[in-house]
Write a new protein. Structure first.
Ligand SMILES: Nc1ncnc2c1ncn2[C@@H]1O[C@H](COP(=O)(O)OP(=O)(O)OP(=O)(O)O)[C@@H](O)[C@H]1O
Ligand SMILES: [Mg+2]
Length: 373
């Protein structure tokens, strides 16, 4: 059975998750993850990628060099992944590589807009000698879609249970929700900010990259008027299809609202409020889709945040909230496995998007191929 590598580095900018996956194994299960590696970004690369999220000097040159640096970082992770799994590159059919989103502007300006995931796919193919499928979002945007979220197709393929409504919530830099109804079309969209803002606020005030287990947030009190002001951001009221990123939800956005509404707020209380924003935003989005969803499976690094999980359970008392580990896929492997799946779909000549999710004109084969040789 063919093996695929999935490489994901999301908006949290914490680093790269890599998985080695087999699809359609003889045992009948739709997939099996053979191994997983997480590699944090080198601090210089991380800060440059973060800087490239906002307009700046000489950014074409800097973006191109960062795309090269990402290819090197991805290649190193692939080497580690394959070595650890005693697998040779010849056994891998393709790599599905996300790249690093630095702008996400579907539909803007000229009506088509764009989404940019930095990565030099040619260089990654050169280093790994494996077929690389990357730039997985642009075709959906070209077809009038949001280009995001793309994980719902994978969630539908592996997590759906016919006759039972299930929801999947990914808490990455941004939170995204997938709704797998008992019958009918799958839907999904980005809810709003998750770790991107929690991490940034924590870094600014504690000098730490993230709020471990949400302990700092748990030590604070939610400032209700601030929470209301944050939830008044128009994005939360938009009907799907919709997607977002650091373009909207960055520290400047928070600072503006803080200055206007809570200039003297204690930092821990702001962290508590940001956690509540993630939880309330997602819970509200789930409830808007009716009462069918009694099972919510959470993935992404935010599922390791004890405070976020506890708050989600409190906010949704009639919903069973569990990590995706309960479905056989650990929380930090879901997104990377989704990108391996997307590469698998590309190679098989199948569409990767769900038009019901992204709003594209129809199903499309997603990605650009850089052949191994
Ligand atoms: N023990 C923990 N406690 C609190 N937060 C955690 C913990 N472990 C991980 N995280 C959070 O998870 C983040 C990483 O999550 P993840 O890799 O899913 O995000 P991402 O890279 O933005 O992914 P994507 O965009 O694919 O959803 C970290 O930046 C951190 O905020
Ligand atoms: Mg990550």
């Amino acid at each position: 059975m063919p093996l695929y590598v999935g490489l994901m580095s999301g908006t949290s900018l914490d680093g790269v998750d890599a998985v080695l996956v087999e699809f359609g194994s003889a045992a009948g299960s739709p997939f099996r993850v053979h191994s997983h590696v997480h590699a944090p970004f080198a601090p210089d690369l991380r800060s440059e990628l973060l800087a490239l999220n906002t307009p700046g000097d000489d950014e074409l040159h800097r973006a191109a060099l960062s795309a090269n640096a990402l290819a090197r970082a991805y290649a190193a992770v692939v080497t580690e992944l394959l070595f650890g799994a005693s697998t040779s590159s010849r056994e891998v059919r393709a790599i599905g590589a996300h790249g690093q989103t630095v702008r996400h502007q579907p539909g803007v300006a000229d009506g088509t807009g764009y989404t940019i995931q930095l990565l030099n796919g040619a260089l990654l193919a050169e280093f790994t000698r494996i077929d690389v499928v990357c730039d997985l979002r642009s075709r959906d945007v070209a077809a009038g879609g949001q280009g995001a979220p793309l994980a719902p197709g994978f969630h539908a393929a592996v997590f759906a249970q016919p006759g039972h409504a299930r929801a999947v919530l990914n808490l990455g830099g941004i939170a995204n929700l997938t709704l797998l109804p008992a019958v009918g079309d799958v839907t999904g969209f980005d809810c709003g900010p998750a770790n991107a803002l929690l991490d940034a606020w924590c870094q600014r005030h504690l000098g730490r990259p993230y709020d471990e287990d949400g302990r700092w947030a748990a030590s604070g009190h939610v400032i209700e008027p601030l929470l209301d002001a944050l939830l008044a951001e128009p994005y939360f009221g938009l009907a799907p299809p919709k997607s977002t990123g650091r373009d909207v939800f960055h520290l400047g956005w928070l600072d503006n609202i803080l200055t206007a509404r809570a200039p003297d707020a204690a930092a821990a209380d702001v962290q508590a409020t940001l956690a509540a924003l993630t939880v309330k935003g997602a819970a509200r989005d789930l409830r808007r889709h009716g009462n069918d969803y009694r099972a919510l499976f959470v993935c992404g690094g935010g599922a390791r945040n004890v405070h976020l999980m506890r708050s989600l359970r409190a906010e949704l008392p009639d919903v069973a909230v569990e990590a995706t580990d309960a479905l056989g896929l650990p929380v930090d492997q879901v997104e990377a496995t989704a990108f391996a799946w997307l590469a698998h779909r590309f190679i098989e000549g199948k569409p990767g998007n769900l038009a019901s999710v992204t709003g594209a004109h129809g199903p499309r084969r997603l990605g650009a191929l850089y052949p191994a040789a």
